[in-house]
Design a protein. Structure first.
Length: 183
């Protein structure tokens, strides 16, 4: 597959690793490096950038459908496995392993929102990053939140970045280590 493309329209991309929003004009030449989790990591003459799924058409791609069909329990609560499945669709734009298998997600819990409709649930996620100075943290956390909100029954999501405990490579799952060639 040809990974070289030309932007067909102006887009706002996220510069890697700073996390800064940067306009890329129509006609910019890009090379696609990664197409995981619905976002795209592309390289231009000015560095690496992350394009959101909403900009897939600008590089001649189609956005992946990450909607969740039916994922509620008998009481209307979101199925925790559906939330974990959505988190496995979130990727650091420089690493071809999802945030769950990278060991970046420390906890996920689902709580009924008080004084709300019977199917209104809040998902709380505590996660970290591979490095404290990573400017992509807010973009990765927002991607996780957006994907969690697709799970039926979830009315709100809070994805919090924490540095305690510090992340290290021993937290990577066996599957993640295999993808990264660490075992």
């Amino acid at each position: 597959m040809n990974r070289d493309r030309t932007l067909s329209r102006d887009v706002t991309a996220t510069q890697i690793p700073s996390g800064d929003k940067t306009p890329l004009p129509s006609g910019t030449k890009v090379m696609i490096h990664q197409t995981l989790g619905g976002s795209f990591t592309v390289q231009t003459d000015f560095g690496l950038f992350r394009l959101d799924a909403t900009d897939a058409d600008a590089i001649g791609e189609q956005a992946a459908d990450h909607s969740v069909k039916s994922a509620t329990l008998a009481d209307g609560a979101p199925d925790p496995e559906a939330v974990w499945a959505q988190l496995r669709l979130v990727f650091d734009p420089e690493i071809p392993v999802n945030i769950v298998d990278l060991g970046l997600v420390y906890s996920m819990d689902i709580a009924k929102q008080p004084d709300t409709a019977p199917t209104a649930y809040l998902v709380n996620v505590a996660m970290t990053l591979t490095a404290p100075g990573c400017g992509m943290g807010p973009a990765i956390a927002e991607d996780a939140k957006t994907k969690i909100l697709l799970v039926p029954g979830v009315s709100a999501a809070d994805v919090r970045i924490t540095w305690d405990p510090p992340w290290n490579q021993s937290m990577i799952s066996e599957e993640g280590k295999m993808k990264l060639g660490l075992i």
